[in-house]
Write a protein that binds this ligand. Structure first.
Ligand code: F6R
Length: 641
């Protein structure tokens, strides 16, 4: 995996030299942690500066996943570096409506949980739109909210996240650039994005109270945070697109002191990052050349070997051409590199020359760990490769990192309880039935119910792993503790999690590790599971057995690697596609409208098949062989990262 972006020094907006295409000052960090620390530093400097002058500091605050690490750092600065919030007045952007303050989904609850309960702010200085105001009084309430902001002297600093609709606050598409605090109907995409926290889209409120675009734009300083691949598209539109009410965040282009703070995944589609040859002269490294030629072939809709000098010259790549002999040479090199990623031997081909193969031929029989964040990602994301590894004689261990218990619906537990009861009534199942029936929306599952849910997923997993031919002794369930909260919100990764990950790696001493390389959601379980792996590898890397260990990353159900990134592509025959489908079917509780479906209503097996078919088609359109489907992997070199 390549980290070609260095963290860029955080500069004030005034010193920003606008890059072609970009209309908002932005800085890109290697990860959300680094970006958050800088933003927290800016806020704390402002608070201190105001305090030294005996002045108040008025902050506009956001909720959601984006600002969590900023608040964490502010709390740390308060505890460890004496940052006081005595002079701070806050106004939150928004709140669902209707919404009780005590509801764990409320923004009121969120702000207290993440910030206010841990610092010395005076409660009378805290303002959060009130989700309990009766509908007929909302308008008056909103006017009053605006007045309070003005009376406080206006917002000195406004922190923002951005929704995939381009909303800031809850100013959904269609919002006016002068809008004030008001009630608003939430966009469907926004409700889908909130569905997992509310355990289903039907529970997400339809309305909210939000500060307006006009309110936000009056802030003296604005910082918008965006982390993860999910935000990449809307970030490109907002920074490079035309100002439009369809993407309300584009209104920020008119604000003179705004900075977008991004991680590299959220910045990935900006022209200067994605296709830098369109913006400036490039240092044509091997990887950049490879990416550019794959891009060119897709853009010109021509197989790589048919690209001409004219194609290169017409698309900003003439300087690449001038440093090479001819387009033909570059074409051949790119074609060969892609060709060498294809292998039907993911564990290495015995007795074959492996100079140009993705995996080593030796040792002939490898020990393999497939880490699967939830019990089913193994078969959804790499079921074909899993099947091949087993049939080619490798010792394959499946390690399920979390129990996945949250994603099992209550009716599945009742079904299991009923079956058991029919055979012979037991106390445990009477208890389970009572726990489920007595549960209200706000309640967490009891430990017993979670246990049943986790067990259901275990037994489904065994169905799939037995079908693909591995003994139960090679199937391991870690039930990592960070996940076991009984709610959507998880604990931070702890030592115990890392120890468990290291324990299984040391026990098996694998030659190959496969893991979910998902970076889409910065706080999602896949990302945390990947962080747990990276942390373990970092500690273990000096051990002798690790010299023989190669790590391959697959992508979860949502996104696939870009073609130019792929370092191993494992083709599947039509028969293997069907075997993979059957393996996925064993995970029955995850079929039919599962809880965390998102907006893509296809079932997992359909998504997986479509995606694998698409990868094969992309290879074919670049001029390579035509397969039914392909699974894709990127190598992670833990010694370099
Ligand atoms: C939250 C808010 C929203 C969020 C946005 C992004 O107060 O106003 O605009 O900032 O929906 O949410 P996350 O950060 O969860 O991706």
């Amino acid at each position: 995996m390549k980290t070609d972006i260095q963290s860029i020094q955080y500069q004030p907006a005034g010193q920003f030299e606008a890059t072609r295409f970009e209309k908002v000052h932005n800085v890109i960090f290697n990860d959300s942690k680094q970006g958050s620390l800088q933003v927290a530093r800016e806020i704390s400097n402002l608070i201190r500066d105001r305090s030294n002058k005996g002045q108040k500091c008025v902050l506009g605050l956001a909720t959601g996943s984006s600002p969590v690490k900023v608040y964490e750092e502010l709390v740390r600065l308060h505890r460890e570096e004496g940052l006081s919030f005595q002079n701070v007045v806050t106004f939150n952007l928004d709140e669902y409506h209707p919404m009780e303050r005590s509801n764990i989904q409320s923004y009121h609850y969120f702000m207290h949980q993440h910030l206010f309960d841990h610092v010395d702010i005076s409660e009378s200085n805290v303002h959060i739109p009130d989700g309990t105001v009766p509908s007929h009084k909302v308008q008056e309430y909103c006017k009053d909210y605006e007045r309070k902001i003005e009376e406080a002297g206006g917002l000195d600093f406004q922190l923002l996240g951005i929704g995939r609709t381009g909303h800031i606050g809850f100013n959904e598409p269609g919002s006016h650039h002068n809008s004030a605090t008001r009630d608003i109907t939430l966009d469907h995409v926004t409700r889908i994005d909130a569905a997992s926290t509310f355990k289903g889209v039907e529970n997400v409120p339809r309305k909210a109270i939000t500060m307006g675009i006009g309110t936000i734009k009056k802030a003296k300083r604005i910082v918008l945070l965006a982390w993860g691949q999910n935000k990449a598209e809307v970030i490109r539109e907002t920074i490079e697109g035309k100002i439009s009410s369809e993407v309300p965040a584009t209104y920020l282009q008119e604000h003179e002191n705004t900075t977008f703070v991004l991680d590299k995944e959220a910045a990935a589609l900006l022209t200067r990052i994605d296709t830098p040859w369109l913006v400036r002269n490039c240092d044509w490294t091997k990887d950049l050349t490879h990416k550019a030629v794959v891009w060119l072939s897709q853009k010109q809709e021509k197989p790589i070997l048919q690209l001409t000098d004219k194609d290169y010259n017409d698309t900003g790549m003439s300087d690449l051409l001038s440093s090479e002999q001819s387009s033909y040479e570059i074409n051949i090199r790119t074609f060969n590199r892609l060709q060498h990623t294809i292998t039907g031997w993911p564990g290495g081909k015995p007795n074959a020359d492996d100079t140009n193969r993705p995996e080593r031929a030796e040792p002939e029989k490898k020990k393999v760990i497939i880490f699967s964040p939830h019990p089913d990602d193994d078969v959804i994301s790499m079921g074909g490769t899993f099947d091949r590894l087993v049939s080619q004689g490798h010792e394959v261990h499946i390690v399920y990192q979390t129990s996945g218990n949250i994603a099992v619906a209550d009716h599945e537990v009742l079904k299991a309880a009923e079956v058991a009861n029919l055979i012979g009534p037991t106390e445990i199942f009477a208890q389970v039935t009572q726990d489920i029936k007595g549960k209200t929306d706000k309640d967490y599952d009891s430990v017993l119910v979670r246990k049943v849910k986790g067990s259901i997923r275990r037994s489904e997993s065994y169905g799939a792993t037995r079908y693909l031919g591995i003994p139960d002794s090679q199937v391991h369930f870690l039930d990592l503790p960070f996940y076991e909260t009984g709610t959507i919100k998880k604990n931070p990764l702890g030592k115990e999690d890392i120890d468990m990950m290291m324990g299984i790696i040391e026990e098996i001493k694998p030659h190959q590790i496969y893991a979910a390389g998902d970076l889409a959601d910065p706080h999602g379980t896949h990302r945390v599971c990947l962080e747990a792996l990276f942390a373990s590898l970092d500690i273990l890397k000096s051990k002798p057995f690790m010299k023989e260990c190669w790590v391959w990353l697959y992508r979860g159900a949502w996104h696939e690697w870009e073609t130019h990134e792929i370092e191993m592509a494992v083709p599947m025959s039509p028969a293997q596609v069907l075997r993979k489908r059957k393996a996925i079917f064993f995970h029955q509780t995850q079929k039919d409208g599962v809880m965390f479906q998102g907006e893509d209503l296809r079932e997992f097996w359909v998504r997986a098949e479509d995606r694998n078919k698409e990868t094969a088609l992309r290879y074919q359109s670049l001029g390579l062989a035509s397969y039914a489907a392909m699974e894709a992997f990127v190598r992670y070199d833990f010694n370099k990262e």
